[in-house]
Design a protein around this ligand. Structure first.
Ligand code: DX5
Ligand code: ZN
Length: 239
């Protein structure tokens, strides 16, 4: 009886799954410069570009929103002169509105801010777009995807943090996979053109589970820059 009940539930679950729309999209790899060699930053950008990475993920930290300080617009401006890659700027700062125009002028292509860092997320999305960039919105592991409900139609990308932001080399938080899955279904069911980026603790193994859950932009810092063969490491993230 118990077995029969289990079976019935399984079928019901499968049926539910079938009603969802599925979208296929190629995986984009975004190496995080946080784990690059800062004495050779230009060379380390070129290395990952030559290894096939589509984006360069640039982590900006203010020592207040996160307990670390990292990379201002002048670094973006210098790197823009030597790279054609898409510059994916991740702002982990309070008052992100103060910095949008400077990063846009420095050569950012995508600017992502944290929903936890502003009272005016909608206005900020408009500001990023007016500055000529794609707009992304980031959520910490402890923030629900329901905060996106009134914003999802307007953003180009959602960045789901899979570690608590601030440092490279942290362990992937497993229960973020359910969140990726739920967001993926919202996007697919509503036929929205919104990328799902994941950031933190991504390696060949965790890449597999985030891709299966629906993420299509994968940030990886320590896994890529710590690898002896960067091309193989990037390849392994695509599955
Ligand atoms: C974390 C940063 C990440 C970080 C990821 O606060 O936003 O981009 O560099 O590093 P790994 O891939 O080493 O976890
Ligand atoms: Zn990041």
């Amino acid at each position: 009886m118990a077995h029969e009940h289990e079976h019935a539930y399984e079928n019901e679950h499968l049926h539910e799954e079938e009603t969802h729309i599925h979208i296929e999209r190629p995986t984009i790899i975004a190496p995080s410069l946080l784990s690059a060699d800062f004495a050779n930053l230009g060379a380390d950008v070129r290395r990952v570009e030559e290894a096939g990475a589509e984006y360069i993920h640039i982590d900006v930290m203010d020592g207040t929103f996160v307990p670390n300080i990292m990379m201002g617009p002048c670094i973006v401006e210098s790197l823009r002169k030597i790279s054609q890659a898409v510059f994916d700027v991740h702002l982990m700062v309070e008052h992100p509105e103060t910095h949008i125009d400077a990063f846009a002028q420095a050569g950012a292509d995508i600017i992502t801010f944290h929903v936890e860092a502003t009272h005016h997320a909608h206005r900020l999305i408009q500001q990023i777009k007016a500055a000529g960039c794609k707009a992304g919105i980031a959520l910490n592991p402890g923030t629900s995807i329901y905060t996106l409900e009134e914003l999802i139609d307007d953003v180009d990308m959602v960045l789901l943090m899979t570690v608590n932001p601030g440092f490279g080399g942290q362990k992937f938080i497993e229960n973020t996979v359910g969140k990726i899955h739920a967001l993926y279904h919202t996007i697919a069911d509503n036929e929205l053109d919104v990328d799902i980026e994941v950031d933190g603790g991504i390696n060949a193994e965790t890449a597999e589970s985030v891709r299966s859950a629906g993420a299509n932009v994968l940030v990886a810092g320590s896994y890529i820059y710590g690898a002896s063969d960067i091309t193989a490491a990037i390849h392994s993230l695509r599955g």
